[in-house]
Structure formats: C-alpha cells, structure tokens
Design a protein around this ligand. Sequence first.
Ligand SMILES: [Fe+2]
Ligand SMILES: [Fe+2]
Length: 339
Amino acid sequence: MNNEYQKSKLLFVDDEAENLLTFKLNLEDDFNILVTTSPKEALTMLANDKSIAMMFVDQVMPEMTGMELAIEAKKVNPDATMVMLTGNATKQLAIESVRSKVFWEFLEKPVDFASPHMKQMIFSGIQEALLQKTNRDYREGAIQLVANLIDDKDGHTHKHSRRVQEWSLKLAKKFNLSDHEMMLVRQGALLHDIGKISIPDDILKKPGRLSALERKIIMTHPGRGGDILDSIPQLAELAPMARYHHERYDGKGYPLGLKGDEIPLLSYIVALADFYEALSSKRPYKDPWSVGEIVKEILSQKDKQFPGRLVDAMMEVIVEEGLFSHEQVQEKEREIKAA
Ligand SMILES: [Fe+2]
Ligand SMILES: [Fe+2]
C-alpha cells in the first residue's frame, strides 16, 4: 500500500449508530474509518478533511436523503467517490442514483464488509478518487503553466492573467454561478489572452505608439485565442472568454462587434476584470489610475462597454474590498450625471 492509500479515509453516514459500528468493526483493520449519523456533520467533515476519499451514504435519513447529501458532498469535494448503501433499493432509486451521476456504486443492505470482494471494491473506490484528483491537478497545472507563458511573453503586463483571474472570481461570486461555471471562470480568466502567443514579440513588446497595422495585428488576439481553445475539446468551454473579452455591450467592440446578450455572462465578467486590471496597472505608456478615476471610468461605461448589472456588481466588489466607500461611488455617479 502506498502513502496516498494509507492517508485516504472512508466516511460512513447512516442514521442508525448500530450500522456504523458494524462498518467500523469490519473495516478498521485495513482502512481509516470516520462515521457520523448526521449528514450535515458529514458535509463539514468533507470540507475540512481532504483526505476523505470515499463516502458511503444511507438513503433514508431524517435530515436529508443520501442522494441529496451526495450531491452536496460533490460540491464540497468533487473527487471523493460516492457509494449509496440502502435497505430499500427500489428500481426508482437505482435509476435516480444513476441519473444523478454522483454515485460510483450502489449497494443493497445487508452488505458483508468483511468479504474480500468488498475490500477490493473499496480499494478501487479509493483509486478512483485519487485518479480524479490527479486529473484535476494536471489540468490546473497545465493551465497555470500556459498562463505564465502568456504573461512572460507580454513583457509589460506583469502577472496580468493572475490578477484578471482574481478580479473575475470576485465579480463572478455576485452572479450565483454553479460550481462548474466558477471553475470555468477560474480557468478561462487565466487563459483569456492566450491568443497573444501568436502576436510577434516586436509588436507586443514595442515600447512606443503602435501603428494602425500593428494595432490591427494585436486586435487579432481574442479571435486567435478562441480558435486555440476551441481546437482542444477539453478546453473548448473556455473559448468564449478568450474570444469575446474585447467585445462591448453596445456592439462597438472587436473582433465580431457582438452586442447585448449575444455576449455570454462569463465573457463579460472576464472583460470587466481585464478592463479593471489594465486601468489599475502600470504600463509603459501610462501610470496606474487612482481608484476614483477607475470607478468613474467604469461607471461611465454603464450600458456602453458593459451591461449595467455588471457595473453594479463591480461597484459592490470595489466597496467590499475596501478600496472605495459606497458614498464615494454615489459621488462619482453624481459627477457623471452633472457632466
Ligand atoms: Fe486581451
Ligand atoms: Fe487581458
């Protein structure tokens, strides 16, 4: 048994304490066993202990069903292997548990946990969880690597991709997104400028003003980025964030001149985070703008460059971050109206 296996824990959730004792007695010689009669406590345990590799849930419990618990548990720890363990296995329940896609195995009580077959199954379940985690780590690592290459290539934008990611996530939290969408924002924001890989260095790193042709070449980066990501099936869902991050709500953006709802929400989120990051950073041709100037600029882009609800959400984030007060934002709004 290697180290990862030895560290892995199994969590049993059953409202009958007697059942939990039986699981423990049968398996504790070979595995690290955690037990609880409370689904809510199970969620807390999963959140706090990432070494829980497998969770066995009873279906009928007072607080919530095993199915509901497993669906919530996957949000807390998407890598853990879920096993349904029930005394009343109806055909309906079996169908639902397959459809929910959260269960790896479905077992009918009574289960003989002392049997070699069952131990073998648990080993496979742990292996499955470790494999899921390894896949996730590889993907995140590969995306981070590419983001570093993009930032290195674009000489004047120190850690731009990382900061756009930070602001995109803060903004995304305002929109009630699913975990999957949050994951897309996290990865898509990091890769939004991937198309810059195709722009020649002497244009990208040119210290002075760009010619009209050079500007046109730079403006190919969103489309190029979208194409690069679309060409890889595992990354295609990230493509719209690269392709549309210079589009505008009023249709005056590029490369396609899309407008309004034609631009997806996640693309708007990355676009606004990118805009904020560009204004707040030092570039060869400009100093960082003050928060007041940035707030005023973003507010004045309401329903022009960005939809109003995005601008409002950004103001909430800026206030929550303690960069500017709510009253100061209102003051800027008045200044814009008066102008
Ligand atoms: Fe860009
Ligand atoms: Fe950017």
